[in-house]
Each structure stands twice: as C-alpha cells, then as structure tokens.
Write a protein that binds this ligand. Structure first.
Ligand SMILES: Cc1cc2nc3c(=O)[nH]c(=O)nc-3n(C[C@H](O)[C@H](O)[C@H](O)COP(=O)(O)O)c2cc1C
Length: 392
C-alpha cells in the first residue's frame, strides 16, 4: 500500500485536522477552511439561492470555515471586470446584498460551519472603464500599476501601456478607501458573519501599499516596510473597533503579485517580520499566507513555509494554502489534474505546529464533500477548470 492509498494508520493521522480551534470567541469545528475563490455568480453584486446552495454544500461536506470569494468593498474604484462578466462579483452594501449574504451565513451556520467575508479592493489591478462605476479612475497609492515586463499571466491586452495609471492617492482618497472597508465590516456584522478576512495580497489595493514598487510614498503611508504596512494596519484597527473583541480578523498576504510573479515583500525572515508585526499589533488574529505550494520553504536555508514564518514571527495563528488536495499549483497547467495526493508532508508540518489551519481552494470547488472524504480516505471528485463556468 503506497502513501496515497490511506490505511487506517494514515486515517488516524488525519484526525489532527479535525480538532476544534477557538480564535477569540469563535470556535471552528476543525482545521479545514475553504479558500476564498471568486466565482462571478452574483448578478448586481447580490448572492442568490444558487450561491446559498453552493456554500451550504461545502458546509454540509464538513469544512470548518468558509472564507467567501472576494467581496468588493463599498468604494467606486473597488471593482472592475474580473473576466467574469460585468457586475457579477458580490458586494456587501445595500439591503439586497446584505440580505443575500445573511441567507448564505444562515445556511452555513445551520450546517455547523463558520463563515467570514473576504473584503477586496482591486486597487491598481482594476481594469479601467469597467465594473459598476466605469467612469471613476483606478486607484493605487502612488498612481502606479507596477513595473512592466515582469513575469505575469495577465493577458497582454489588460496590461497598461504606461505604468503610471493616475495620480498618487490624496489623504482624503486614502481615508475614503479605509472607510469603505470599515462600512463593509459593519455590514458583515448585520449579515451575521463570524469575523472578517482582508485581501492583502496578489497585487490589489492593500498589497499595492505593501509593495515597494507600487508604494513610493514618503508620508504616513509609505517609506520602509513597516511604514508601508500602515494602510493595512489602520484598516485592521478601524475594523476591530467596529466588530469588537470577540471575532477574528484574518489577513491574506502574498510574496508574489499578478504584476510580477517573482517579486517579494520580504527576502528574509527579518524583513517579513517588519511587514507583519505592525499588522499583528493592529489586531490580526490569523495570517493567511498565499502561496502556490504549501510545501515550499519560504526562505533559503530553512524548511518552514510562509505560514510557518508568519506564525513564528508574530506569535499569531496562521493558515497554509496552495496545492492541498490537488497535484499542481494554481498557475500550472502542464500536467493532468489529480485529486489524490500524498498528505504525509502536510500532516507532518501541521503536527510540528507550523500552522493552525489549512485552506483548500480548487479541490473544494471540485468536490463540496472534500473535507469528509479526506477524513474517510475516499477519493474526491477532481477539480476541472472547464467547470469554473458553473456553480456546483
Ligand atoms: C477560481 C479561483 C478564484 C480565486 N479567487 C480568489 C479570491 O477571490 N481571493 C483570493 O484571495 N484568492 C483567490 N483565489 C486563490 C485561492 O484562494 C487559493 O489561494 C489558490 O487557488 C491556491 O489554493 P489551491 O491550490 O488549493 O487551489 C482563487 C483561485 C481560484 C482557482
């Protein structure tokens, strides 16, 4: 019997991922989260019955926590066409969307899981002239998209000819963007969510402040790594003030971004500490370290992955993601997708306390019952990219 055909000892080892975890006053029944995944099934920003059923199925399938798809914050430049049709990305403002999300939250709770919304502002990555407010310009801290000609998978037609896409944000622009996050956090409370997740990676607005190439400011919001974290830290503090002390805040960050897959925020653990510590002090409870392969060491010379370093450097909890339940990374298309993988390295790292939660992305689209099947050693349905256009 090989490592990917589980025997009873292997299955026993998997049980470590089925211990509950309490963060602040919220208890997740196990350590398996659904990773945030944009699907584009919310006409006019509003989740309907099909979206309720989609998330309900994952909760019924045993997941402990759902991090929703990216939800655009209540700011005119937050959202453009993400390649999924105009205005099909959810929002969290106004009676219709709040009621839609309330129905999602109730369904997920009834099935025993917790759910938090991922608040998202596309920043420099927003495609100008698209989204619910096509006339407003896109925003970025220094008015910069990012250096051109770097390694990216963005369609060349969507890369601006000039890296300068607008004016640097004024203090008032920055305050407006912060307030948009805070308003959505307030609305999330009205919808009954169990906490807040912030999208601080992948080249979007919060990451535009963290990355030196897009943040060339020399004021409160820019400078060295610690100062570049101030925008994110201010959002975290202000959200904490409105959601109170009982609910967790998750923060997703990434070394890479769509403008430049090879770029980094930090080239050593010390530098990563400079980025993350201000966020931990501001009130982040769980760092969600977005990488393509959870099993990759984050820095040369050490085995720990990025989630492991986030935990070690801040003393907070962390969540690992990337290639769990699937044999290839998110941007790799070179081999046939397989849903059966060797979990030994994952369980070993988890057992060492490197991270506290795992997030499963594409495998959870492929099979809503992924968590239960993983526990029982059954083979899940594989993820099929061609099915991204349907909500199963
Ligand atoms: C269809 C799709 C949509 C995604 N949308 C988001 C998103 O809205 N926010 C986000 O932070 N990550 C998004 N991601 C990244 C996933 O959350 C996850 O980090 C990535 O797929 C790697 O995990 P996996 O290997 O388990 O799929 C998306 C991924 C996919 C496949």
């Amino acid at each position: 019997m090989n490592a990917i055909t589980p025997n009873s000892a292997d299955l026993d080892q998997r049980e470590v991922l089925f211990t509950p975890l309490t963060v602040r006053n919220v208890t997740f029944r196990n350590r398996i989260a659904m990773s945030p995944m944009t699907r584009g099934f919310c006409p006019n920003g509003t989740p309907g019955e099909n979206v309720v059923a989609y998330y309900r199925r994952r909760a019924e399938g045993g997941v402990g926590l759902i991090v929703t798809e990216g939800i655009a914050v209540d700011h005119p430049a937050a959202l453009g066409d993400a390649g999924l049709g105009e205005n099909n990305i959810p929002v969290l403002a106004g009676d219709g969307p709040i009621a839609g999300w309330r129905a999602v939250v109730d369904a997920v709770h009834a099935a025993g899981a917790k759910i938090i919304p991922q608040l998202w502002h596309q920043g420099a990555m927003r495609k100008p002239g698209t989204g619910p407010h096509p006339d407003v310009p896109s925003v970025s801290p220094s008015g910069i998209w990012g250096p051109l000609g770097r390694m990216t998978s963005i369609d060349p037609g969507s890369i601006p000819a000039d890296p300068r896409i607008g004016e640097p944000m004024s203090d008032e622009d920055i305050e407006d963007a912060i307030q948009a996050f805070v308003r959505c956090a307030e609305n999330a409370m009205k919808a009954g969510f169990d906490g807040i997740a912030l999208h601080g990676g992948h080249g979007y607005l919060i990451d535009n402040f963290l990355w030196k190439e897009t943040n060339q400011r020399n004021d409160r919001w820019g400078g060295d790594r610690t100062r570049r974290s101030e925008f994110a830290a201010e959002i975290v503090r202000r959200i904490r003030a409105v959601i109170g002390e009982d609910l967790p805040i998750f923060f997703r960050f990434s070394q890479w971004r769509q403008q430049d897959f090879r770029s980094t925020l930090a080239d050593s653990p010390e530098e990563l500490g400079e980025v993350l510590r201000p966020l931990a002090e501001a009130g982040v409870d769980v760092f969600d370290a977005s990488v393509r392969y959870y099993n990759s060491p984050a820095f040369k010379g050490y085995p720990e992955n990025l989630a492991g370093w986030a935990k070690r450097l801040t003393g907070k909890l962390s969540m690992a993601v990337g290639g769990i339940g699937i044999n290839q990374g998110m941007y790799d298309r070179d081999k046939p997708v397989q849903a059966v993988v060797d979990y030994a390295p994952l369980l070993e790292r988890f057992g060492r306390g490197e991270f506290d939660l795992i997030a499963v992305g594409r495998a959870m689209i492929g099979d809503p019952n992924w968590a239960e099947k993983f526990r029982a050693g059954q083979e899940p349905e594989p993820y099929r990219k061609e099915n991204d256009g349907i909500l199963t």
